[in-house]
Ligand binder design. Sequence first.
Ligand code: ATP
Ligand code: MG
Length: 801
Amino acid sequence: MKENIIVAIDGPSGTGKGTLARLLADHLGYYYLDTGLYYRAIAYLMLSYHIDIGAEDEIIRLANDLKLEMKGDRALINEEELGNELRSMEVNKLVPKVAAITDVRLIVNDKIRRYSYDKDIVLDGRDVTTVLFPNALHKIYITASAEERAKRRYNQMKESGEEASFEEIVASIKARDEADKTRKFGALKIADDAFVLDTSNINVDESLKLLIKYIERVKPMNLKDLYINFMIEKGHKQIPSAPVVPENDPSVLFNTAGMQPLIPYLMGAKHPYGTRLTDYQKCIRTNDLDNIGDTYHHTFFEMLGNWSLGDYFKQEAISWSFEFLTKVLNIPVEKLAVTVFAGNDLIPFDQESHDLWLSLGIPEERIARTTEDNFWIAGETGPCGPDSEMFYWRSNDPVPETFDTEDVRWVEIWNDVFMQFEKHEDGTITELPNKNVDTGMGVERTTAILEGKTDNYQSSIWAPIIKLIEEISGLTYEGNEKSMRIIADHLRTAVFILADPAGIKPSNTDQGYILRRLIRRAIRHAKNLNIDINSDWDQKIASELMNMYDNYYSELRDNRQVVLEGLQNEKVKFNRTLEKGLREFEKVTKDNQDIDGVTAFHLFDTYGFPLELTEELAREKGLKVDVDGYHAKFKEHQELSRTASQGKFKGGLAGNSEIETRYHTATHLLNAALKIVVGPDVHQRGSNITDERMRFDFSCDHKLSDEEKQKAEDLVNGWIKDGLDVRCDEMSKEEAIASGAECMFIEKYPDVVTVYTIGDNVSKELCGGPHVKNTSELGHFKITKEEASSAGVRRIKAILD
Ligand code: ATP
Ligand code: MG
């Protein structure tokens, strides 16, 4: 994985930050860059890396931009000229840019503040470090008291034999500090998300240790380990993440929260690991699908959780949440706010949680009381209780004193649920004898916060994927955020669904339908970015995603090929019709008319557009889709093709790729052939189609002989060779019956039906379609199996190759 880790270190002079930065770089094996003279850094990079980084052109271009003149292995720098040059450039983008093309892990030190003094660079005077190093993953501000700095300077001067007066040094340092506060363009302020280390009373070794500890702590993918270790220290046992598809819970398609797989234990069953549990759980929330494209909702995300099963309660849960956030993650209390349950007719205000937060240092104005969002119950009755959510101020705007829950700059990161009561059938509520705690914290949101990002996708969790999409598309994230986020998000979810032991494949029902929607929507957005959708773009992104996660989830290691093939197959299937479907969409909306149900269904049935995709396309044009009409048409079709004996779909809806359409037509031919070979009493009893084979059940009282099978095969292949046209007519049910059309359960059909006729009455059936236009499209037909299905019903499996 490519990584550009920039650690920016700054602080007033005389703190020894240079030494610390160099030591830290040594320890971490990062490059060290003293940007004291900003442009020298550029030269340094050029000279140091241009041989083996494979980006000479870029570097030379930069050198030209900077008008650097080389002499031997050194850059000649005319400071004044260069200073002017730099001023006219977007200097704040320069160093990160160099770092990006050189792909280095970098520690930059010193004078990060320097250009804030410059009148030509507009700074808001608030967040100096981030202005020059917006991409810095870590910002460290090293400081010490004026006296301490003076002492160090004094000793240094004495050592080198310089004249020195301690008082004068103190005075000059203080004057400089004062000046920093009154700069023309605003006082120098430390970046909000900087880690501040005061070295006044600690030596270099100790300082270095603290820096290392800080860096290790906020290492991006390490949040999970930090959390689990913290909870283990508090007496919890780690339990493994459950699969994304619930194993014994048909009430939901996917696990939506860490507590989902634990419901039986929260309801009272004994857990084999005891009463204190912790884990990270893969979650999928399809109800958040419409939010995807914003900065902090994902369809798949990881949730950290800790549980008490009748063990500890509010006191411990809340104080541990607070301790983890503020002590382990170093999140400043000033940026936190919480909600507590306000109380209603049945249940009182959660005074206890309120008082706990207050005692820990959350001020009254930052403790909001709400009812709706702060009460948890799984169903209508059963265990329930208040919860308390933690929010982080994720914005560069100043933090308001009072917590307004409507302000979206406050982002929820963690939720502690207290299962305190039981709700009974008659609506009354009683206290539970055994109270539970269930908490959930989002890994993506918290990581973004730790890295000072206001957009999850710019955190280290997503950045490599976004960068890859930038590379593949040749476009920048800026200006294409929505499509890039959707591609990244949906493919990640698809990867985890495909890798799940449940073996889900794209289909038109349940989890398979969600999977199909996600993949197809990702493909559509890839097309938006002009990515060649037939290329291996999806395979590249999925591979990168699996590399990122397979340390944590073994199914990604085991099912790598399954995932890649699953994506590939669905892509090929959809790509076949996507182009045509989009053209059809443009055609039907060319006069900006809303989309009726029949058209929406046609887009689904013929072009494989999930309804939601049509809706999204319509929304982009400001048009509406008749969703009810779509569902009515869907139902009609379903009934048309349902085989009443089995309640199964007949081909058409089980898939709509070209191959499935071909199989669909082949069933009609086989049906007709069997009537000739076996007798006119043969009737269809069911069928099922996948893109690999067809299955056809028919009434027949004996096992087919090899000869009969061969004859049937020959008949079908003969009709294919004849290139017969397939005609579709709409007529009344009575007319259809009178015309001798074959149909399984006439009463199931609506009054107006479609009849498909192949050739000159080779086959005539009531059917919803879809079918090929001509039998020559079918390929070669071959029976692979003939067996008993049930009493009086035989089953044939056949393929087209
Ligand atoms: P929101 O209101 O912001 O959607 P929520 O109330 O649905 O959040 P919870 O159900 O309490 O969230 O889930 C617990 C935690 O899981 C949240 O605090 C958040 O950190 C994380 N989380 C929830 N939904 C998502 C999502 N769609 N993507 C990423 N993280 C999420
Ligand atoms: Mg939510």
